[in-house]
Design a protein around this ligand. Sequence first.
Ligand SMILES: *[C@@H]1O[C@H](CO)[C@@H](O)[C@H](O)[C@H]1NC(C)=O
Ligand SMILES: *[C@@H]1O[C@H](CO)[C@@H](O)[C@H](O)[C@H]1NC(C)=O
Ligand SMILES: *[C@@H]1O[C@H](CO)[C@@H](O)[C@H](O)[C@H]1NC(C)=O
Length: 450
Amino acid sequence: MLQLNIVNALCLQILFSSIASAGPLDTAPKYQALPPLREQAVIQDALRDQRVSNIPHILQKYGVDAWLMSQKEYAEDTVFWSLKSATQFSARRRTVQLFLANATAGVKSAYTWIDNTPKVWSDILEVLEEQNPASIALNIDTDISFSSGLHAGEYETIIGELGEKWSKKVVSEPMVAVEYIGTMVKERLPWYRKLQETAWAIISEGFSEKVITPGKTTTEDVEWWMREKIQQLNYTTWFMPSVNILDDKDIFGSGTEIKSGAIQYGDVLHVDFGVTALGLNTDTQHLAYVLHPGETESDIPQGLLNGLKTANRLQDIVKSNMKIGSSGNTILKNALKQMHSEGIEGKIYSHPIGDWGHSAGTLIGMSNQQDEVPVLGDLPLLDNTYYSVELYATHFVPERNATMYFYLEEDIYWVDEGKRWDWVYGQQKKFHLVRPQGAKAGELFRVQSP
Ligand SMILES: *[C@@H]1O[C@H](CO)[C@@H](O)[C@H](O)[C@H]1NC(C)=O
Ligand SMILES: *[C@@H]1O[C@H](CO)[C@@H](O)[C@H](O)[C@H]1NC(C)=O
Ligand SMILES: *[C@@H]1O[C@H](CO)[C@@H](O)[C@H](O)[C@H]1NC(C)=O
C-alpha cells in the first residue's frame, strides 16, 4: 500500500514534468487499476458479442456451413472459454453451441442450448433440416489444441444423435477455431495496452532498489514479490514469474545449471512475466542491471548495452518479417536468414497471445525447433491478432570475457490502418536499473524510447 502511494506520487511528478512531450512511452509505466467486476463483465461481454458476430464470416472464409460444439459441465471444449459470457464459470448440464455461415433471412446464425434432456438434439435436428448445411465442422483436429476440444465421449454422442444423414456432413476445419480465438477486435486494444503497462510497471518496481537489496534479496524473493503485487492489483497470471541471474548459459537450454541465490552488484537480471485480466494475457521478458555503489546509468558496461541493442535489432527483424498470410515457418526462415546476414546469433520462438498466453495461430519457431515447427508452423499468419515476439540474441561481452544471452519478449498488435505490426506498449531499449540504496527517487524512472 505504501509502495503504491509512493509510486503514484512519483507518477504525478513525472506527468507534470513531461506534459509537453506527452505520449505513453515518455513516462514511467503506471499501475492501471481495473474497473469493478460488474463493469468488467459489461466490457468483456460487449467484446465477446462483437467477436461472436464475426463467426459467420469465418465460416464462409473456410467454406464451412455450420460449426457445432457440445460439452458437459467441467469437460469444456477449448473454444468454450472464448465464447462464454463473463458470468459463466463453466459449461452446465450439456451446453451446445451451433453457428451457421449462411442462415436464411429471419433465421438466427448463433444458437446455445443448456439442457440435459433429449430435446436439445431434436431442436438441433430441426435447425439442420431447415437450414440444410452441406458441412458441419466439429473440433476434432489431431494436432491443434484450439481445434481439438471436442471430448471423445461427446463426439460419439453427437454422431449417434445426428444420425447417418447429418453425421456424413461432419468435417474438421481447424482454422475455424484458430481464427475465432486468434482474432482480436479493435476495442480490445486499449485494455490490452493497460494490462501491458501494468506488467511493465510491476517489472520496473520489482527490478529496482525498492525490492532488491544486493547481497540479500534472492531471485525467488523477487518472483514472489511479483506474485503478491499482481494479487494486490486484483489481476491474476497464467504462469509463475521467473527471475534469473544471467551468465553465459542458456536458461531455456536443457540441463544447464541456472545461477540463483542472492542478487549481487553487477548482476544482469532477467524476468519472464505475464498478467491476466479481462480475458486477456500478456507475456514480457525484460533485463535489468544492478549498479555498484557509487555507479550511475553511465557505468553500465558497454558490452551489455551492445547486447541489448543486438537483441532489439533481432526483435525488429522478426516484426518486419511477419507478413500476413505467410506461414510461421516461412517467417522463421526469412527472419533467421536476415539475422545471420546481419551477423547476429540467436534464436526465435514467437507465438500468438490473447485469450491464452500461448494462443491460437501459427508459431514462429520454438526454442527447440529452429528449422521448422511441424503443423503449427505451417498455419498462415492472421491479421487482427496479437503476437509475443520472443527471442534471444547472444553477444560477446568483453567486460565479462563471455558470450551472454540477451532474452527479450514483447507483445505486438496488428495495425490494420497501417498494415504493420506495432508494440502494444513499448520495446525495452534500456536496462531496468537496481540503483544503490539511497539513490534519488527521481532517478528511478528511465525514458523508454519508442
Ligand atoms: C454461403 O452463401 C454464399 C452466397 O450465396 C455462397 O457464396 C457460399 O458458398 C455459401 N456457403 C458458405 C460456407 O459460405
Ligand atoms: C482491488 O479490489 C478491492 C476489492 O474490490 C478494492 O477495494 C481495491 O481498491 C482494489 N485494488 C486496486 C489496486 O484496484
Ligand atoms: C577469456 O576466456 C577464455 C575462454 O574461456 C580464456 O581462455 C581466457 O584466458 C580468458 N581471458 C581472460 C583475460 O580472462
